[in-house]
Design a protein around this ligand. Structure first.
Ligand code: NAG
Length: 262
């Protein structure tokens, strides 16, 4: 009788354990990749991953398909990261390029308190009123040759321009600065759209070959670079992902796959 009871208890507890196991298994909270991008410190794929200074701005989309930079003006897919140069490139969905031109939303902006600044890409303002262009010091005459090139793209008609429009509605804004609200205010500049070019490739006259995107520089805070980062590098070299326990600065934690899967 006693042994029957213990068998029943054994089965019952075994059942309980197997039933609750799925909730005990941790989903890998911090991942090494998001879509095609490798995500390393200071970036993280979600809450508690990477540096707390970067987390409110950069995270993997809920479906895991793309890394997103989110600011007060919108969410922008990250298309590349250079960890050695501390730069990343984003592709704002409403930015024009040669194959697809579109009226831009009024503003592109970064967050004042965030670790990002404009990098070295070249902004070209499109479909601007002549008052923007005439004698305006923001338009860089030495890069004005980019205007006739970008205006050969048939997509200009989507900006309500004629084919091969006169280039006096185009302004190469270089070096670009964000306004005091940390924004590039397209409407305020009286333009209809914009593009940003990361690299001209081999042919400055072939806008179909240019690499489009907005390059951003990021800065590591003192805490990131002196305390946390070296141990994170060690963590990443051992195949882990660097993150923190939620809520607070209890130091960082190396999420290894052995921690996560069992
Ligand atoms: C051009 O912009 C469209 C719309 O944002 C995007 O789907 C496409 O991938 C871009 N093409 C290039 C070459 O960047």
């Amino acid at each position: 009788m006693n042994s029957l009871l213990s068998i029943i208890f054994f089965i019952y507890f075994h059942f309980l354990l197997t039933m609750t196991k799925p909730t005990l298994t941790l989903e890998p909270a911090c991942k090494t990749h998001c879509g095609p991008l490798e995500v390393k410190y200071p970036f993280g794929t979600g809450p508690g991953c990477g540096s707390p200074r970067f987390h409110p701005y950069v995270a993997c989309s809920p479906d895991g398909a793309q890394l997103l930079l989110t600011t007060h003006t919108g969410s922008y897919p990250v298309t590349s990261i250079s960890y050695t140069d501390s730069t990343l490139t984003i592709s704002p969905p409403c930015m024009s390029n040669c194959t697809s031109m579109q009226p831009a939303p009024p503003k592109f902006g970064l967050d004042w308190a965030g670790p990002f600044q404009l990098g070295s890409s070249t902004f070209i303002l499109l479909a601007c009123s002549s008052s923007t262009i005439k004698g305006n010091p923001i338009c860089d005459p030495s890069s004005a040759y980019l205007c006739p090139s970008i205006y050969t793209c048939p997509g200009v008609v989507s900006l309500r321009l004629p084919l091969f429009p006169p280039t006096n509605s185009c302004c190469v804004y270089s070096p670009a600065n964000l306004d005091p609200n940390f924004e590039l205010d397209i409407r305020e500049l009286k333009c209809g759209g914009y593009t940003s070019v990361v690299s001209l490739g081999d042919l400055p006259t072939d806008p179909g070959q240019w690499l489009y995107g907005v390059a951003l520089k990021y800065t590591l805070g003192g805490l990131d670079s002196y305390n946390i980062a070296p141990s994170c590098r060690a963590c990443e070299m051992s195949g882990g992902v660097c993150g923190r326990f939620a809520a607070g600065n209890f130091g960082n934690f190396c999420f290894l796959h052995s921690n996560l899967t069992e």
